[in-house]
Design a protein around this ligand. Structure first.
Ligand code: SF4
Length: 686
């Protein structure tokens, strides 16, 4: 019996915890603490603890599949790749699209965007960051010149005041939640805004149960109070920012008085005032947010409002301050960094700048990569597939499951079924793969080397612990083989993930000083431009990343969500995660220890709303929106605001995304998952 411990990085949330995979007789059989990892110091949450259970699930994909007469038939790699290569050659340019993945490594995301641009010649490359933090990338880049979390996770413990809004950190990023608890233990005060009285909200000294979609009004009222009482950080505003007067003009409007904002948010004026007062007088204050802020038609406005507040109070570039945009999936930060986005190459180098396109062409040794134009982001791609059939005819999807993750699932299915050719590369035959013409079996995180980048911009190593099942291969190997089949041997010569990373470092300035050797135990936070650079845990210490070094205030008016309650659909539906499941459940629902804790979905409803509808706790109800309906069990609880209902989005059998609205933020193209109008009906007894 051979046993070994292989240190690696968790495949679930964006915290980036490290742990050891326990390997017995060449198979992963458990997880053990890795005490030297600086992120989590040996601790893990339940998902991390059971991150080994799905690896050897019986229904892992082990061989390529080709659909013949509506049924999947096993195929050889040669047969499957020949078919995919011939189809992707047939549908070149804007007739095709590729979706990369926040679950796979940096190397694989880099290769997928390179493959789309070099071999498919398409600008249509994107991934699910579009669904979670596209507004952060756009909003923070607009304000600070860099679209990422400004601080390190450890640094959260040094804040005097934490404003937690739109994140249930204790359940969604538990090891970041640990730092919040450390801050509280030190005496930090906590303000929480959430329509649900979550475990995180329960830590708060001041809790604001506000209506989903009223964030901008809340931030503006804070800023009005700060300016009216001369509490802004004048030196910071003067020396490090511009457009303060434009901000002032908007936030000082009577609409943003505490009394008026109380009417908009449903939070008592005196509670908002107490929170604003506490925040304004903090020495070091940090805002933590996640998808409660970003997943709105005003997602970018929300993010810019966070940036406005932090610049106004000078809470940036110092320990304990900052904007902590908590990225969702393990490598969503890395997938963005690697250029798996419709508008940028790796390192956020714009596709529409001719010099950048030339740089990539020179680097990749080819002169006809995809046109230098912004491609279709995934949300707009789905709309094109569904509403303009024939415009995009083929898609290559790696490690994504839009048939559960995207809004308005009937619309998504219609779009995917309109494709003439769909190839899906994944570790399980998920709901999206079931619709494919060809399925390519991939290795999971434990079966390959690579790197991933956490929410604090920390690039860390994955280390291979076991062989992939059957004929499954690492995503980087599959993309390389496919590119070679299409005639791009010179551009895709790779024999290891490390070779790919060396190229990433060459073409991506913020990763320029990184190597596998340097990443070692602790990893490195970008920017790390040279081999001597120690990495950058805190951004914007002396200047912002804009060319003039200044941060930019943006005046923002509050706008209601795209769909608001009315007589027919009188409640607000908001969606999110639970601690036991992950995203579309592809991995966690195959983990017995996690699945048994929350084996299906539910809808939370306030007792007053439930009483008015004659609904009892645990009763099955019908939730209906303008887009669809699902049957789901009711949880009657006073831990949700009256007028709002909540559903987790992991469960296909009662998928919240049959109900959600695909109205998009006009700049970031992120959908409004967090607010739509819904009706709850009692199901008549038979
Ligand atoms: Fe994994 Fe996130 Fe849990 Fe850490 S907090 S163990 S990264 S799921």
């Amino acid at each position: 019996m051979e046993m070994k411990y292989v240190p690696t990085t968790c495949p679930y949330c964006g915290t980036g915890c490290g742990f050891n995979l326990v390997v017995k007789d060449a198979k992963v059989v458990g997880v053990a603490p890795w005490h030297r990892n600086p992120v989590n110091e040996g601790k893990v949450c339940p998902k991390g603890n059971y991150a080994w259970e799905f690896i050897n699930a019986e229904d892992r994909l082990t061989t390529p599949l080709i659909k013949k007469d509506g049924t999947f038939v096993e195929a050889s790699w040669d047969e499957a790749l020949d078919l995919v290569a011939s189809k992707l050659k047939q549908y070149q340019g804007e007739q095709s699209a590729a979706l990369s993945s926040a679950r796979v490594s940096n190397e694989e995301n880099y290769l997928m965007q390179k493959f789309a641009r070099v071999a498919m010649k398409t600008p249509n490359i994107d991934h699910c960051a579009r669904l979670c933090h596209a507004s952060t990338v756009v909003g923070l880049a607009g304000a600070f010149g860099s679209g990422a979390m400004t601080q390190s996770i450890k640094d959260i413990a040094d804040a005097d005041v934490l404003f937690i809004i739109g994140t249930n950190t204790l359940e969604q990023h538990p090891l970041i939640g640990r730092r919040i608890m450390q801050a509280k233990k030190r005496g930090a005060k906590i303000i929480a805004a959430d329509p649900r009285y979550t475990p995180t909200a329960k830590l708060a000294d001041i809790y604001m149960p506000f209506y989903s979609g009223t964030d901008v009004a809340l931030f503006n009222s804070f800023m009005q109070y700060i300016i009216a009482n001369d509490l802004q950080d004048k030196e910071f505003v003067e020396k490090r920012t511009k457009d303060y007067d434009k901000l002032k003009e908007v936030v000082m409007k009577p609409e943003y008085s505490f009394e008026n904002v109380s009417k908009i948010t449903g939070v008592p004026a005196e509670t908002i005032k107490a929170a604003a007062e506490l925040y304004a007088n903090a020495k070091a204050a940090n805002v933590l947010y996640s998808m409660g802020i970003t997943q709105h038609t005003v997602g970018v406005d929300n993010v810019k409002s966070v940036a406005n507040l932090q610049m106004l109070t000078g809470n940036l570039g110092r320990p304990g301050t900052g904007v902590c945009a908590l990225r969702g999936q393990n490598n969503v930060q890395g997938a963005c960094d690697m250029g798996a986005l419709a508008n940028v190459y790796s390192g956020y180098q714009s596709v529409i700048v001719p010099e950048m396109r030339k740089k990539m062409q020179d680097m990749w040794g080819i002169e006809d990569i995809a046109e230098g134009k912004v491609g279709l982001p995934v949300t707009r791609l789905i709309n094109v597939l569904a509403d303009e059939p024939g415009k995009v005819k083929a898609a290559y999807i790696m490690g994504e499951n839009p048939m559960v993750s995207d809004p308005d699932l009937h619309h998504v299915e219609k779009g995917l079924r309109n494709l003439e050719f769909l190839v899906v590369q994944d570790i399980f035959l998920n709901e999206t793969a079931a619709l494919a013409d060809v399925v390519l079996p991939a290795a999971c995180y434990a079966e390959k080397d690579g790197t991933q980048t956490s929410t604090e911009r920390r690039v860390q190593l994955w280390r291979k612990a076991q062989e992939p099942p059957g004929q499954a291969k690492a995503d980087w190997e599959i993309i390389t083989a496919l590119a070679q089949k299409m005639g791009y041997e010179k551009q895709f010569p790779y024999t290891s993930a490390e070779e790919v990373f060396k190229e990433v470092a060459k073409v991506t300035p913020s990763y320029g000083g990184m190597s596998y050797e340097r990443l070692g135990i602790e990893g490195l936070c970008w920017p790390c431009p040279t081999p001597e650079h120690p990495g950058t845990p805190i951004l914007h210490k002396e200047k912002f990343a804009h060319p003039d070094g200044l941060g930019i205030f943006t005046p923002i008016e509050w706008k209601p969500p795209a769909e608001v309650p009315d007589e027919e659909y009188p409640l607000i539906l908001t969606t999110g995660r639970c601690i036991w499941q992950w995203h579309t459940g592809t991995m966690t629902r195959r983990s017995q220890s996690l699945e048994r804790e929350e084996p299906t979905g539910w809808i939370e409803i306030n007792p007053e709303d439930a009483k008015a509808l004659g609904i009892k706790d645990k009763e099955m109800v019908l939730a209906k929106t303008r887009r669809g309906e699902v049957q789901v069990g009711a949880r009657v609880t006073d831990e949700i605001k009256k007028g709002v209902v909540f559903m987790p989005f992991h469960y296909i059998e009662c998928a919240a995304n049959f109900l959600t609205n695909n109205a998009l933020d006009p700049v970031a193209s992120i959908p409004e998952f967090k607010a739509c109008a819904v009706r709850i009906e009692k199901i008549a007894e038979a």
